[in-house]
Design a protein around this ligand. Structure first.
Ligand code: NAD
Length: 509
């Protein structure tokens, strides 16, 4: 059974019926926002934005702090909506959604003014002028999100866009609309003025309508295939966008790694959110000297994992049948080509219809789908390599470049390897947690994305940095103004010779 089913509701309006991936029970129905309604939401947001932008950073921050208070006070209600729609455990939902939401709301509330306050850098050459850089909000930002972090992946960009003075229209994934709607609910309760943030619902059609609705920026998180379509539409509309897309993250285990920590990191990195994590560990390259012991520990830890629907457990279900089909296709290809399954390797029907056992695979080769395409499931393929060089070459031989991890007790060696990985970010001796570090710019390379979100760069991405150059002395005219004369040219030549032809001139530059 599908988790999201289109149904015809009242007066021909499309609705989506949503079911729990853990129990398959119906959760509810969500009316789809039409393209005309999306445009209306954007128009209302445009009307509300100037008043919001006119507020001080401190006033905007107050809304964020109130949102934290509400989220903390009503945590269980928020968690129950999220858990019902994703099937994740209480702990994982708290850790992945509520914890980073509190951090994001607070960090940007505290730091936005420092980052976005007008800057006055001194000019190295044009000494008769001064420069002011002012960070102006873009207007209305469209945020399109996936299902695998259905609250935080809408909230985090929204906080940044709002603190920068924008209005926001969010289109959550059609698979997790109730979790996405929590973002709107939270800001409304926190006192955000009406229409400054709206949540619209639906599938790709609604997402495409938002991209074409006249917004001033699109912040998209999702698959490579959809990212290409969104990027094309933004190009056509001349609208800036960030595209946060899929990955095939590699983990490199060096000979001097702490094997206990590395094995624990591999298991967490691969099975977190049942493997449905953009920066999940999808490939492990371990140096042959420690491969046997590392693999033994990984298998041991994997066997201990609990997969349930209630109580204390570690792994939940796949979000929908489509995800399960990808996993089974990749596993069948791997086994046909000679891979050996050490643990798992099949559905966990006892837990429920959409559960797949946490799986460790060896005898894996680079040509297998498991090593080439994003699996997005609880599969941990381990490849033995001769040395660090072989690991780096294989890790980089991918169309993806989102993140990756390096495990070694020698920080210099690990950083050296990290700097050679063609990925947006790298973690050393930890699974990929970069998205959770507010200060860290986050974004993929190659097919994994365009642009960066989060931190100073991300926040400034919701603004136009407008330089204002001001004349300082008010003289009657400038040297370069008309008339052009031979004498003026001599002066200009002298300046060129002095500024770019002498050590002191270069030093001043
Ligand atoms: P998806 O691309 O299928 O959908 C993402 C969103 O785009 C949904 O809201 C969907 O309704 C919408 N959409 C679909 N077609 C559209 C169109 N033509 N125009 C505009 N919007 C459209 O992705 P998904 O299956 O929901 O999410 C899983 C993917 O997201 C994985 O590939 C994962 O790696 C990636 N992801 C990336 C990051 C990151 O930060 N790089 C984070 C989380 C997830």
């Amino acid at each position: 059974m599908a988790i999201v089913q289109p149904i015809e509701a009242d007066k021909g309006r499309r609705s989506l019926k949503i079911s729990s991936p853990a129990t398959m029970e119906k959760i509810g129905e969500v009316p789809v926002t039409t393209a005309a309604e999306v445009r209306e939401a954007v128009a209302r947001a445009r009307g509300a934005q100037p008043l919001w932008a006119a507020k001080s950073f401190a006033d905007r921050a107050k809304v964020m702090f109130r949102a934290v208070d509400i989220l903390r006070a009503e945590q269980e209600r928020y968690l129950s909506v999220l858990m019902r729609e994703t099937g994740r455990s209480h702990f994982e939902t708290l850790m992945m959604e509520v914890f980073p939401a509190c951090d994001s709301l607070t960090w940007y509330a505290v730091n936005a003014e420092r980052i976005l306050v007008d800057k006055k850098p001194s000019l190295h050459l044009l000494k008769t002028k001064k420069l002011l850089i002012t960070y102006r909000p873009l207007g209305v930002c469209g945020i399109i999100t996936p299902w695998n972090g259905p609250f935080i992946l809408g909230l985090n960009p929204a906080v940044q866009a709002l603190m920068a003075g924008n209005a926001v229209v969010i289109k959550p994934s059609e698979v997790t609309p109730f979790s996405g709607a929590l973002v709107g609910e939270l800001f409304r309760a926190a006192g955000l003025p009406e229409d400054v943030l709206t949540v619209v619902h639906g599938d790709g059609e609604t997402g495409a309508a938002l991209v074409d609705s006249g917004v001033d920026k699109i912040s998209f998180t999702g698959s490579v295939a959809t990212g290409r379509k969104v990027g094309e539409a933004c190009g056509r509309n001349l609208v800036p966008c960030t595209l946060e897309l899929g990955g095939k993250d590699a983990m490199i285990v060096c000979a001097d790694a702490d094997l206990e920590r590395a094995a624990g990191g591999a298991v967490f990195g691969s099975f977190f959110n049942a493997g449905q994590y953009c920066c999940g560990t999808e490939r492990v390259y371990v140096v042959e000297a420690v491969a046997e012991e590392f693999t033994r520990r990984v298998v041991e830890k994997t066997r201990e994992l609990r997969q349930e629907t209630t109580g204390e457990f570690d792994l939940g279900p796949m979000i929908w049948p489509r995800q399960l089909e990808t996993i089974e296709r990749h596993m069948a290809d791997a086994v046909t080509k000679g891979a050996t399954v050490l643990v798992g390797g099949k559905r966990n029907a006892a837990a429920g219809e959409l559960f797949y056992e946490p799986t460790v695979v060896v005898d894996v080769t680079h040509d297998m789908l498991l090593m080439q395409e994003e699996t997005f499931g609880p599969i941990l393929p381990i490849v033995k390599v001769k040395d660090d060089e072989a690991a780096i070459a294989l890790a980089n031989d991918s169309t993806y470049g989102l993140s990756g991890t390096v495990w070694s007790k020698d920080e210099v060696r690990a950083v050296g390897i990290a700097k050679r990985l063609d990925t947006g970010s790298v973690c050393i001796n930890d699974s990929s947690i970069t998205y959770g570090a507010c200060e860290a710019p986050f974004g993929g390379r190659k097919s994994s994305g365009v642009g960066q979100v989060n931190g100073e760069i991300g926040l400034k991405g919701y603004c136009h940095a407008q330089p204002i150059v001001i004349d300082r002395f008010g003289t009657k005219k400038e040297l370069v103004w008309y008339p052009y004369t031979a004498d003026k040219e001599k002066v200009l030549q002298r300046v060129i010779r002095w500024v770019w032809g002498t050590p002191i001139g270069r030093w001043m530059s």
